[in-house]
Design a protein around this ligand. Structure first.
Ligand code: ACO
Length: 319
């Protein structure tokens, strides 16, 4: 049976770092409030010359280098983003051109903060069905462009960045991507959304959120989907070496760890440095975990996310 294995990981961050103290000069907030409620201390903000595409290309190049592969090997690009460079074409095709790739297919996928889980699940399915052999799966975002910088309840939470995986087809190999679960419930679309779009306001719009509602659903949905994956893969929670969650809020991660009965030390945490980078947060955190020598080859890793829609899901993989 063909499996998808994670051949390489990479990431990219904008040059400029915005600290909580910097933010307190823009809106009525404090480092103490942001740290206590979210765990976030700083985030990277894209400059005019840094875009979702440029960050995606840098992350992709780093992931290819880590995998020891040339861009010419890639026959699929799935790019998760809610902040594309243009309404169309897909940022994925712009990345494809920049990397000099002319074969295979490239497309964007939009599931907000769950985007990377959706993208990796899609690429895994295309590899397993024989339609691709080497995929770049990218999460890249410039959420700073859709924030209302007058709204202290949301602008303190997000940051920009990109992360990428190279996944390759391997026949009969153990491990790799073992189980994927995707979920959504559109009844909650107005809890976290952007108030603009090409077909409605003809503007890009700004992010709006009911923070408490999102928090409540995030904890419940994360716990549920992790349980479903563990049961489907016949794996015990204690067997998981690392959890790589979407980096939204330290309190969501701590509550999820508590409900699972696992120490928070098993959670890779980068939100203190990156804030919430939406679809980029899981591959950014995964790459950080690998580079820090935490996540090692052969270990069992569970990735999970929830975002606007609501969408949520998780993936179990042996690295
Ligand atoms: N600085 C200071 N005060 C603030 C700030 C700020 N940045 N933002 C809000 N406040 C104030 C509010 O105005 C309110 O004041 P009031 O009591 O005088 O009205 C007070 O703080 C409490 O506001 P709440 O919104 O009730 O604060 P809460 O404790 O719920 O924390 C937070 C807000 C951090 C957003 C929390 O609800 C949360 O973490 N929610 C999860 C949302 C999330 O992470 N979303 C990310 C996208 S979705 C995802 O990725 C899963």
């Amino acid at each position: 049976m063909t499996r998808s294995v994670i051949a390489g990981v990479g990431s990219a961050l904008p040059r400029h770092i915005l600290t909580n103290d910097d933010l307190s000069k823009i809106v009525d907030t404090t480092d103490a409030w942001i740290t206590e409620r979210t765990g976030i201390k700083a985030r990277h903000i894209a400059g005019d010359d840094e875009t979702t595409k440029s960050l995606a290309v840098e992350a992709a190049r780093n992931a290819l280098a880590h995998a020891g592969l040339e861009a010419s090997a890639v026959d699929l690009i799935v790019l998760a983003t809610s902040t594309p460079d243009h309404t169309f074409p897909a940022t994925a095709t712009e990345v494809q051109a920049e990397l000099g790739i002319t074969k295979g297919a490239a497309f964007d996928l939009q599931a907000v903060c769950s985007g990377f889980i959706y993208a990796l699940t899609t690429a895994d399915a295309l590899i397993k069905s024989g339609q691709a052999t080497c995929a770049l799966v990218i999460g890249s975002e410039t959420f700073s462009r859709i924030l209302d910088w007058n709204d202290r309840a949301t602008c303190v939470l997000f940051g920009d960045g990109a992360g990428a995986f190279v996944i390759t087809a391997n026949d009969g190999e153990e491990g790799g991507i073992m189980n994927c679960k995707l979920r959504s419930d559109g009844r909650y679309q107005n809890k976290l959304y952007v108030d603009g779009g090409p077909s409605t306001t003809k503007t890009v719009g700004h992010l709006r959120m009911e923070g408490r509602e999102v928090f409540k659903h995030a904890v419940t949905n994360m716990h549920e989907v992790i349980g479903e994956i563990l049961r489907a893969a016949d794996v015990k929670v204690a067997d998981i070496d690392w959890f790589v969650p979407h980096q939204a809020n330290k309190r969501i991660l701590d509550t999820t760890a508590g409900k699972l009965g696992v120490p928070t030390e098993k959670f890779i945490v980068t939100l203190d440095k990156h804030g919430n980078t939406s679809a980029a947060s899981i591959p950014l955190a995964f790459d950080y975990g690998v580079k820090q020598g935490l996540i090692k080859r052969g270990q069992l890793v569970l990735m999970e996310a929830m975002g606007g829609g609501f969408t949520w899901g998780g993936i179990l993989a042996r690295f």
